[in-house]
Design a binder for this molecule. Structure first.
Ligand SMILES: Cc1cc2nc3c(=O)[nH]c(=O)nc-3n(C[C@H](O)[C@H](O)[C@H](O)COP(=O)(O)OP(=O)(O)OC[C@H]3O[C@@H](n4cnc5c(N)ncnc54)[C@H](O)[C@@H]3O)c2cc1C
Length: 338
């Protein structure tokens, strides 16, 4: 187990903010998860689990605890193909994009739209990652995890995970911080996909005369659409979508929004990017944080000095959108530290 001391959270997260963590341990196997938790218990320090840090924002006071950085590698076939279905597993420290590629290149569909989402396999169930009309709940069948309460490895079927929009037992209630996901298994299907696809994806396919709807062709199209809009975390500091979309609950709310010319999509969804853009904030800079001019939902850390700058920018954007439309935007990335 490699243990490092006083590591800035800014170096472990794609928003590149945050003070130092007391200890950071790279985890390469299930055995090391339990050992690392034991190390934290000996020191009487809290544990925090990190994958690629692409959905976490570090706070200025740092973290007086132990960060476990997930590096558990390996993926393969869990149950061989039968009647066009296959079960694939990936250990949680693999990149989600590598797992997506693995499945689609074998000709299986179900995860192609999750292509190029930054981060690890283990984080995917945590907020039920999704993009272009697909999310991991549609293919996930089970999760293997170290349960710190029971102090053992547990296998959890998907129906026990309460997956919803950016929601699971891992990011809510007593489940927060309790499980270290070590492996996931998905069930994919060998099939040609059918249009129409999600709006921006469909437009890309039409504009480029692409009629090959194989999972691999769609994966490449998703990548191309994302590359044209979303910042590459290697080069530009961000956490991707900074705000969750707004979901309206009642028919009255939906009618009222439509009556004001606000787009309401399936399931009562108002794209928060639309609200931000139509509040006139696209491309604007607040305290060193820029509202991306390609995707208004994305905040880019251009020159924020610290978490306090980010928080001030976030609060101003929320206030402006609330003032204009009456909806209160909610931050998507979680936060770590004091
Ligand atoms: C440019 C960009 C684009 C993005 N686009 C999308 C998108 O289209 N759709 C989308 O859903 N998200 C998107 N995101 C957000 C992010 O990629 C996902 O949330 C991703 O799943 C985070 O993976 P990670 O490994 O970086 O997790 P981290 O940020 O390290 O962790 C996220 C959360 O998961 C927990 N966690 C991580 N690993 C484990 C584990 N093994 N066991 C238990 N808990 C764990 C952490 O404690 C934390 O609470 C984007 C981010 C960026 C920067």
């Amino acid at each position: 187990m490699k243990i490092r001391e006083n590591v800035p959270i800014s170096e472990l997260t794609t928003m590149r903010l945050g003070g130092a963590a007391r200890y950071v341990i790279d985890i390469e196997s299930e055995d090391e998860v339990k050992k690392a938790w034991g190390f934290a218990a000996e020191k009487d320090l809290p544990v925090y689990i990190l994958g690629g840090g692409s959905n976490i924002i570090g706070r200025d006071g740092g973290f007086e605890g132990v960060i476990l950085v997930n590096k558990i590698k390996g993926m393969g076939i869990a149950v061989p193909e039968e009647n066009g279905m296959i079960d694939l597993y990936a250990n949680s420290g693999e990149l989600l994009d590598d797992f997506v590629t693995y499945g689609t290149q074998m000709g299986f569909s179900g995860m192609e739209s999750l292509s190029a989402i930054p981060g690890t396999v283990g984080a995917a169930p945590v907020q039920n990652v999704g993009a272009y009309g697909q999310d991991i709940s549609q293919t996930l069948i089970s999760v293997r995890a170290y349960d710190d309460l029971l102090e053992e490895i547990v296998d959890m079927p998907v129906y026990d995970l309460d997956l919803g929009y950016r929601h699971s037992i891992f990011n809510s209630g007593d489940g927060i911080g309790r499980y270290f996901i070590t492996q996931i298994t998905v069930r994919l299907e060998r099939k040609e996909l059918k249009p129409p696809f999600y709006n921006s994806l469909q437009k890309y396919l039409e504009d480029n005369n692409i009629t090959d709807y194989s999972p691999e062709s769609i994966r490449k199209a998703v990548r191309a659409v994302r590359e044209s809009k979303l910042p590459d975390p290697e080069e530009i500091a961000s956490s991707g979508s900074f705000f969750k979309n707004v979901y309206l609950k009642t028919p009255e709310e939906i009618e009222a929004a439509k009556g004001r010319g606000i787009p309401v999509w399936e399931g009562g969804k108002i794209p928060s990017g639309w609200l931000i853009e139509h509040a006139g904030l696209k491309g604007k800079v607040f305290h060193g944080m820029r509202v991306s001019d390609k995707a208004s939902l994305v905040l880019i850390n251009e020159s924020a000095r610290n978490y306090a700058d980010l928080a001030a920018a976030r609060n101003e954007i929320i206030a402006i959108v609330r003032e204009k439309f009456g909806y209160t935007l909610e931050q998507e990335p979680m936060e770590l530290g004091e």
